[in-house]
Design a protein around this ligand. Structure first.
Ligand code: NAD
Ligand code: UDP
Length: 386
């Protein structure tokens, strides 16, 4: 850790970070990185600490005096402002961010992504504290190309689909498509943070993650989350593979996504933390434009990788189609395609993702198999016995 310097060659001074949502998927990886590779201190705020328990106990861990867990619901806890005041930097990751919730719990989604984030922005602005806020690539909504005829040659032109922080429009569906409640709430909080920067001098960075995936993402229904719960696609497909069920392709699995390995993405966040002069005032796409697949291709690749890491043969029918209405209910809609433009993050932070989709699936599915296969077997044999 000694002699660490920033991108401009200046020594990095230890800071205190108030990390809200530290107990989630991204937060757990960020805490791990900060504890193992930096001298920074983390005030970890969340309603749950299951995913960071290994960093909090035992008290003999090398970083024990650099991480403190605060079980706080930011909706209604007066301790939040004190923690933000104690820190040099606040990182806000707290959110409801699983698509199955956007159309079924739109009020909770809007409150969580807009209303609950308001005091965090206010306390940072009033106390002159720096803020890194997690937004989403979903802020872009649908691509311009999605509105062209299916056979239009313009659909091949990157100008119609590559998503750029400073020029792409945000294109959401009608209000009755409640899927967009999340994107819209995230958009408004981005605009508010930007305005706090412009009018009151708030030092901010906004992160737009493009499908970050890896170990500890979401939950496996019936094992470490509710049986009827619907997590994001990585956990849905992992659950199907672990249970030897066909993977469900929503509306034919035609939507396209770019997936990035969580460990690559965390490198980008660390650069933002340690290079404030290069990161302040910017909105950054963080994704891997080289890892694009349709959801159907993702299902096929995960099936092959899982077979390799588990040693089990694949099913004769590895996938089935399902309508979005049946899978998610009324009001679901989808982003057609998400390719991040990387110009701004390249220029400001000289960062590039490294891990291929095959490699990131191999390490992630090895983790899923090791963590869940036995528990699933036991749960399934119990339910057969009953
Ligand atoms: P996550 O659900 O794993 O983590 C969110 C954490 O916030 C959870 O631990 C949750 O308990 C906590 N939280 C929620 N409401 C809270 C409250 N009121 N008080 C205290 N804690 C609360 O999600 P994640 O994948 O780690 O995402 C983190 C952030 O990144 C979110 O803002 C999300 O919108 C954004 N994001 C992530 C991705 C991705 O690819 N993972 C993509 C787009 C955007
Ligand atoms: N999806 C799917 N089957 C599943 C879960 C998700 O086909 O079991 C699709 C979903 O409709 C979307 C894509 O996979 O097109 C990615 O979904 P995810 O929940 O990861 O979030 P998103 O990228 O839409 O924010």
């Amino acid at each position: 850790m000694a002699g660490r310097v920033d991108l401009d060659g200046n020594p990095i001074k230890p800071i205190t970070i108030c990390m809200i949502g530290a107990g989630g998927f991204i937060g757990s990886h960020l805490c791990e990185k900060l504890m193992s590779e930096t001298p920074h201190k983390v005030l970890a705020v969340d309603v749950s600490n299951d995913k960071i328990k290994h960093l909090l106990e035992p008290a003999t861990l090398a970083w024990a005096d650099r991480i403190e867990f605060h079980r706080i619901n930011i909706k209604n806890d007066s301790r939040l402002e004190g923690l933000i005041k104690m820190a040099d930097l606040t990182i806000n990751l707290a959110a409801i961010c699983t698509p199955a919730d956007y159309n079924t719990r739109p009020l909770d989604t809007i409150y969580s992504n807009f209303i609950d984030a308001l005091p965090v922005v206010k306390y940072c602005s009033e106390n002159g504290k720096r803020l890194i806020h997690f937004s989403t690539c979903e802020i872009y909504g649908k691509t311009i190309g999605a509105f062209l005829p299916k056979d239009s040659p313009l659909r091949q032109d990157p100008a119609y689909y590559v998503l750029k922080e400073d020029t792409s429009p945000c294109i959401f569906g009608p209000i009755e498509k409640q899927r967009w409640s999340y994107a819209c709430a995230k958009q408004l909080i981005e605009r508010l943070i930007y305005a706090e920067g412009a009018e009151n001098g708030l030092e901010f960075t906004i992160v737009r993650p493009f499908n970050w995936i890896g170990p500890r993402m979401d939950f496996i229904p019936g094992i470490d989350g509710p049986s009827e719960g619907v997590p994001r696609v990585l956990a849905c497909f992992s659950n199907n593979l672990l249970r030897r069920e066909p993977l469900k392709l929503v509306d034919g699995g035609e939507s396209q996504r770019t997936f990035i390995y969580i460990k690559d993405a965390i490198e980008a966040v660390l650069l933002m933390i340690e290079n404030p002069a290069r990161a302040n005032g910017h909105i950054f796409n963080v994704g891997n434009p080289n890892n694009e697949v349709t959801v159907r291709q993702l299902a096929e690749m995960m099936t092959k990788v899982y077979s390799k890491v588990s040693g089990e043969s694949s099913l004769e029918t590895p996938t089935i189609d399902i309508s979005s209405k049946e899978f998610y209910g009324e009001g679901y809609d989808d982003s057609d395609k998400r390719i991040p433009d990387m110009t701004i993050i390249n220029k400001q932070l000289a960062w590039n993702p490294k891990t291929s989709l095959w490699d990131l699936l191999e390490s992630t599915l090895t983790y899923q198999h090791r963590t869940y296969a036995e528990a699933i077997k036991q749960a399934m044999s119990k339910s057969t016995a009953n």
